[in-house]
Design a protein around this ligand. Sequence first.
Ligand code: PDD
Length: 292
Amino acid sequence: MSTVYLNGELLPSERAMISVDDRGFLFADGIYEVTPAYRGAPFRIERHLDRMRRGLSELRIDYDPAPLVDVHQRLIAANGLEGEEVSIVYVQVTRGVAPRAHAFPTTPVRPTVYAFAKAFKRPARAVWEKGYSATTVPDRRWARADIKTIGLLPNCLALQAAVEDGTNDALLVRDGVALEGALNNFFAVIDGAVVTHPATNHILHGITREYVLELCWESGLKVEERPIQVEELARASEAFFTGTTTEVRPTVKIDGRPVGDGKVGPVATQLQDAYLEGVERASPPRPGDSPR
Ligand code: PDD
């Protein structure tokens, strides 16, 4: 059984209870964050907490996420995840508990803060090297996809459509533009440039996206942040998704058509390797490793 965090306390998950009047339950009135930890060390947690601060401020939920750094560490320790190559910490903050009414409660309520940590299994390299597939799905989300709200029904429906199509990812399309995935950002290599949608209100500003862009700049790859027309994918040499639970995931088929030569390409390989090196440098040594 896992140990979770709820409103200031660590407790067994089966004892963590949330009111039926919680606005997260009734209205999806809250935000969440997922931060990866490599051998127990949260990666880029400050970037995740900054995004959380922006989301809380957009939704006008009065909560300071600073103490969550410690909560991440305590959850990792309490669940024995220090030695795990990859684990994730999920945090959700809702506006709190109040009788159901659409407008905000008129008397101040305490936000509900829930978090859990669990191990994450990275796919074997041989699986990764075969590549993944995606299905284009209309983007039915609201116009503030940059806020990481817990209202994920359109994302769930989009991914379910991909699963039913026998593919791994949903590529969300709005007005002919390939925006991002149901739970990850999207990149394509077009005319030699690594292209991804700009960080507007129509996509989540992924922390992995940001890191992968830094890796592109560091290695001198040409980068373009601009909308990608779905038709352009016909001449893309590569495509890939990025995210906390995706890392760099190469897409070799979209809607049944091969991307480029239909094989995992050099740019995705270079970026996944650079990503793995980056997280390795940021992780504590393995037991028995010589000092770095
Ligand atoms: N999803 N786009 C969407 C719609 C997402 O939900 C996510 C993250 C991303 C990638 O963001 P990041 O690189 O910061 O993980 C992009 C998380 C992992 C989830 O819903 O589980």
